[in-house]
Unconditional design. Structure first.
Ligand SMILES: O=C(O)CCC(=O)C(=O)O
Length: 259
């Protein structure tokens, strides 16, 4: 099986700490967690979160239970996705793929383009277009709160929001989202990947989990949550066949991520 370890997503762009740093100040973005009624098999997980996700209601399904793969519909509206895309699209580059960007083998492995939606990038967008920038900043903040609520980890554990664009034929071959060196840093390893699709894709562009025999279709606002460090969560962005594909990704660390 193809396998790559993604050391490429290390963000060198830091976010300021002007945003809430704890789930405590998050407004109720998802329905209050009802007393959990997990499916019988959903009693424990490596992350201990199956009950939590099972309490999120009908928008939530579990394409896989072991390892836990959570799918949540309508995390963002189509308009919110469009605003993030409009701002992020200006900053996209192959270079944002990270430390391996100049490596021809890596360029073949990951042919999509990415950008970090840092506070600085959002402020620059606001200077260009005040309304759009303000809306995108509010949405990025909402994503931060949503991710904190979903993962039950403080927002200060998150890397800045990452946006990825695929054009027809572009792909991201199978990889894990881990950066081994981070385990030795104060932030610790990434413990959650939270991915939100920015648009419906006409054809192709599924997120494929080969070990789980799953292909998740890109649909605007649909979210996926999984453990980036579980070998069975090897995943790929399949080549887009028709149209474009945008995804927004947040990686959550065990400890505070330096801002
Ligand atoms: O595009 C996708 O569906 C997956 C993206 C991804 O795995 C990544 O950027 O790490």
């Amino acid at each position: 099986m193809l396998r790559a370890i993604d050391a490429a997503h290390g963000s060198s762009k830091r976010r300021s700490r002007s945003r809430p740093s704890s789930t405590r100040d998050a407004s109720p973005l998802l329905p209050a967690l009802a007393p959990p009624k997990p499916p019988a098999e959903a009693v424990a997980s490596p992350l201990g979160l199956k009950r939590h996700f099972a309490g999120l209601g009908e928008r939530t399904t579990f394409p896989a239970l072991s390892p836990l793969l959570v799918q949540i519909e309508d995390l963002l509206s189509a308009a919110e996705c469009r605003d993030l895309i409009a701002v992020g699209a200006r900053a996209l580059s192959r270079g944002a793929a990270g430390v391996h960007a100049a490596d021809p083998a890596w360029q073949k492995w990951r042919t999509c383009a990415g950008a970090w939606l840092t506070d600085e990038a959002l402020a620059a967008a606001t200077r260009r277009d005040a309304d759009l920038g303000a809306r995108a900043a509010a949405t990025a903040h909402r994503v931060e709160q949503l991710v904190a609520q979903l993962t039950r980890r403080p927002a200060s554990h998150q890397e800045p929001l990452h946006i990825v664009r695929y054009r027809p034929g572009e792909e991201y071959r199978p990889h894990l989202d881990v950066i081994p060196e981070q385990s030795r840093l104060p932030c610790g390893p990434r413990i959650f990947t939270v991915l939100i699709y920015g648009n419906d894709v006409d054809a192709g562009g599924e997120t494929v989990f080969p070990s789980l025999d799953l292909a998740i279709r890109a649909r605007a606002g649909r979210g996926l949550v999984f453990n980036p460090d579980d070998d069975r969560n090897l995943h790929a962005g399949a080549p887009v066949v028709r149209g474009e594909k945008y995804v927004f990704i947040t990686w959550v660390h065990e400890h505070e991520f330096p801002g």
